[in-house]
Design a protein. Structure first.
Length: 61
């Protein structure tokens, strides 16, 4: 089971590297993939909306 998760993580890292145009440390990419399930992306606001109103980020559900 651990080998399956490891192979899947390596595949995700390779896909991420292919999408990113800049050079990023491999350890950082692995850490990002490992903790990606805990990330939350703010949705439903226009780009820059949180820059204009920083307090809105704290009240976002």
């Amino acid at each position: 089971l651990q080998c399956i998760y490891s192979a899947r993580a390596k595949h995700k890292c390779a896909v991420f590297r292919s999408l990113v145009q800049i050079s990023i440390n491999d350890a950082f990419i692995e850490l990002l993939i490992l903790n990606a399930c805990t990330l939350r992306a703010p949705r439903g606001r226009r780009w820059g909306a949180f820059d204009r109103d920083p307090m809105a980020l704290g009240s976002y559900p």
